[in-house]
Design a protein around this ligand. Structure first.
Ligand code: FE2
Length: 321
């Protein structure tokens, strides 16, 4: 089965092509984020300008023609409304034109399933960390359940927001990570409640230190404290559910330091730890195509007229087979 997947929940317009779980193409164009962050209408306009170019590139990479496609999947949510709508429209148009089945995919599920695929895992606890989300997730029968999560902002937003306030260029978490390499530790607010955690106290505290102590020290301490919080909650989730596998996924899973900390926890508790290469932790079309193929093979699809988007689409509301 040859499936094309379209991702457009945020700044990335991604197109992936998958055949029997093998990734044949994973192409993307990313909206350039400047100091003001993402303006939803501008991001959607960027996707409109770029979608045909990215599809064309993916088809060339996979060495197939658009008529060879057997099914289409797209990100239904969660994400920014205008951006999601572009992907939805492109997917629906292709499905109608090519007369092939279409299936909407939950974005978080895409991240988890692709991490399981690359990590060779069957039934892990998933730590899903990205700009807008930070959740601890486990599958029970045919649904994923969130068993721990941020009570306020996503961990990626914590780093990006601090980076903008500190006027880092580019104002991203990766710049915070780079500066953190040379920093020393300062104690900061640490908020873990069972398997949930919160980051705004930490953000406010870090912002107040700007100009008073070396920026490297703030970056190091901010990163160490935030990662320790999610690691503590994840370890608790692993032990309470007696789960023997762990994966980390989402944009922040690209962090070497976070993977180092999780790998230590896994080793100490005799747990198998896995994750996808960075290319597949950033938002991408391949993960949407991968889940799309899985669902289509189980006979799950929708009529084009029934397809929609859902900005606050929780993973609990999505079915997996
Ligand atoms: Fe994502």
């Amino acid at each position: 089965m040859l499936v094309i997947g379209i991702e457009s929940s945020a700044h990335t317009f991604g197109v992936g092509i998958v055949s029997d779980s093998k990734i044949l193409a994973n192409e993307k164009e990313m909206y350039p984020i400047k100091d003001k962050g993402m303006i939803p209408s501008k991001v959607a306009m960027f996707h409109i300008k770029n979608f045909s170019k990215v599809i064309k590139r993916a088809l060339e990479k996979a060495n197939i023609k658009i008529r060879d496609i057997d099914g289409i999947s797209y990100t239904m949510g969660p994400g920014m409304g205008p951006s999601l709508q572009v992907g939805e429209l492109v997917a629906k148009t292709l499905a109608k034109e090519l007369k092939v089945p279409i299936v909407p995919v939950n974005h978080a599920m895409g991240h988890i399933e692709i991490a399981k695929h690359f990590g060779n895992l069957n039934d892990p606890i998933a730590l899903y960390v990205s700009g807008g989300n930070s959740q601890i997730i486990k599958k029970f029968e045919n649904r994923y359940r969130v068993i721990g999560e941020t009570l306020d902002i996503g961990i990626g937003n914590l780093f990006d927001n601090f980076a903008r306030e500190a006027k880092l260029v580019p104002a991203w978490g990766s710049t915070v990570a780079k500066l953190a390499e040379k920093g020393k530790f300062i104690e900061m607010p640490y908020t873990v409640k069972g398997m949930d955690f919160a980051f705004t106290g930490l953000l406010t505290y870090s912002k107040k230190l700007i100009g008073k102590v070396p920026l490297e020290d703030i970056c190091f301490s901010l990163q160490e404290t935030a990662f320790s919080m999610v690691c503590e909650a994840t370890e608790r989730a692993l032990l309470l559910t007696n789960t023997k596998e762990l994966c980390v996924c989402g944009g922040v899973a690209q962090s070497k330091r976070l993977k180092e900390m999780l790998s230590k926890i896994a080793k100490e508790n005799n747990i198998k730890f896995g994750y996808a290469p960075d290319e597949y932790n950033a938002d991408n079309g391949a993960m949407i195509a991968y889940v799309g193929e899985k669902l289509l093979k189980c006979g799950i699809s929708k009529n084009v007229e029934e397809c929609s988007i859902k900005q606050r689409y929780r993973i609990e509301d999505a079915i997996i087979c």
